[in-house]
Design a protein around this ligand. Structure first.
Ligand code: XUL
Ligand code: CO
Length: 437
């Protein structure tokens, strides 16, 4: 099965900034070398199965609008297997080399765990064939621990032990399938791991349960020989009022408290950062400072709507900031830029999936080129380095080395007189960045 789902759409080509063809890349040129590495290797773009194939585009006020002619709308395994080929044809035509999935978006949830596992295996057979045929790889897999009614009060943090057990069984299977498909990582997004009200919640006990759950996952990973990283994906709310993995700092603290730091990195999502009241840049710097920047769910929110709108990223300032951090940390290893994004409800035709991914890829291509030029120019980094230079020698170096304490610093200050600063030069730096955009 191939080339029958998007017959009117050719493979998307790089045509350069002058092209007026909406089905072409203006900036993303997969093999073009930027800073010693091809664009495609910088980004490791991925597409999210749950949005690209399974999002009907319903919103809180209306039902699905998406037209997906290949999909018969049923929950059958056959329909799920057919979708695999639509997804892979789509990705091949976009030149996207990775995908991400939840167990329940690739395969149906059936009446029993055994049947659900068998359905997942049957779809995994098809995914394996499609991967072999196209060379497309699995960036990460995950389990949907939030849609089924049993998870209405959480999964690993549910107050019901049977639910904890069921979630463990589901993650075990999702890890098996991810491993079988050569997945490069495995993600935990705490779908409903949080609470609606503290009136009925033992927060300390729930957090300990989550720690136990993740330790069990680490043990199982070792048992099956899965060597890819685990990612935690922070998000502050939606669907819970408060989610335990609320932002990068909260996740890092949780991981340290529970002795899990060496096994986890973070998968950061732009719209989750903004819901947490942070910029994506902030979240990425927090993760990078802890050596835990693993992967990125590339999307964006809408300030005027304020919920998790999961839009495709098109803002060049945003992609520039993100690429600055990615370049400065040496780039992705197992992670990548997964478009955890969906087209608008009004954009219901299959071709809109192409426009959306093309736009995201072009926006990151521009961000990469701009970030690379800023780093090559060197003035920005030089300013930041100079700003901290008083710690490079003298008393500053002693502070960093831990060889002085309050008494020595008091003696130094009595001698030294008033402490002076230089200007932060924010406006100058904003202008400098704009030189490149
Ligand atoms: C939800 C979200 C998830 C995770 C995977 O907001 O981003 O789709 O990426 O469970
Ligand atoms: Co996500």
């Amino acid at each position: 099965m191939s080339d029958e789902f998007f017959p009117e759409i050719p493979k998307i080509q790089y045509e350069g900034p002058g092209s007026k063809n909406p089905l072409s890349f203006k900036h993303y040129n997969a093999e073009e070398i930027v800073g010693g590495k091809s664009m495609k290797d910088h980004f490791r773009f991925g597409s999210a199965y749950w949005h690209t194939m399974r999002n009907g585009l319903a919103d809180p006020f209306g039902g699905p609008t998406a037209e997906r002619p290949w999909d018969d709308g049923s929950d059958s395994v056959e329909n799920a297997q057919k979708r695999v080929w639509a997804m892979f044809e789509f990705m091949q035509k976009c030149g996207i080399e990775y995908y991400c999935f939840h167990d329940r978006d690739v395969a149906p949830e059936c009446a029993t765990l055994e049947e659900s596992n068998a359905a997942l295996d049957a779809v995994a057979d098809e995914l394996e064939k499609a991967q072999q045929k196209t060379g497309i790889k699995l960036l990460w897999g995950t389990a949907c621990l939030f849609a089924h009614k049993r998870y209405n009060q959480g999964a690993a943090t549910s107050p019901y032990a049977d639910v904890f057990a069921y979630a463990a069984a589901q993650v075990k299977k999702a890890m098996d399938v991810t491993h079988r498909l050569g997945g490069e990582g495995y993600t935990f997004w705490g779908g409903r791991e949080g609470y609606s009200t503290l009136l009925n919640t033992d927060l300390g006990r729930e957090l300990n349960h989550l720690g136990r759950f993740l330790h069990m996952a680490v043990d199982y990973k070792k048992k099956i020989g899965f060597t890819g990283p685990f990612y935690i994906e922070p998000k502050p709310r939606e669907p819970s009022t408060h989610q335990y993995d609320s932002d990068a700092a909260a996740c890092l603290n949780f991981l340290r408290e529970h002795g899990l730091m060496e096994h986890f990195k973070l998968n950061l999502e732009t719209n989750h950062a903004t819901l947490a009241g942070h910029s994506m840049w902030h979240e990425m710097e927090v993760a990078a400072a802890a050596g835990a920047l693993g992967s990125v769910d590339a999307n964006t929110g809408d300030e005027l709507i304020g919920w998790d709108t999961d839009q495709f990223p098109t803002d060049i300032y945003l992609t520039t900031q993100m690429m600055l951090v990615i370049l400065k940390t040496g780039g992705f290893t197992t992670g990548g830029l997964n478009f955890d994004a969906k087209v608008r409800r009004e954009s219901f035709e299959p071709v809109d999936l192409f426009h959306a991914h093309i736009g995201g890829m072009d926006a990151f291509a521009r961000g990469l080129k701009i970030a690379h030029a800023i780093l090559e120019d060197g003035r920005w980094e030089a300013f930041r380095k100079e700003r901290y230079s008083s710690f490079d020698s003298g008393i500053g170096a002693q502070i960093e080395a831990g060889t002085v304490g309050f008494e020595e610093l008091e003696a130094y200050s009595l001698e030294n007189g008033q402490a002076n600063t230089g200007s932060g030069r924010q406006e100058m730096l904003e202008n400098l960045i704009n030189e490149f955009i």
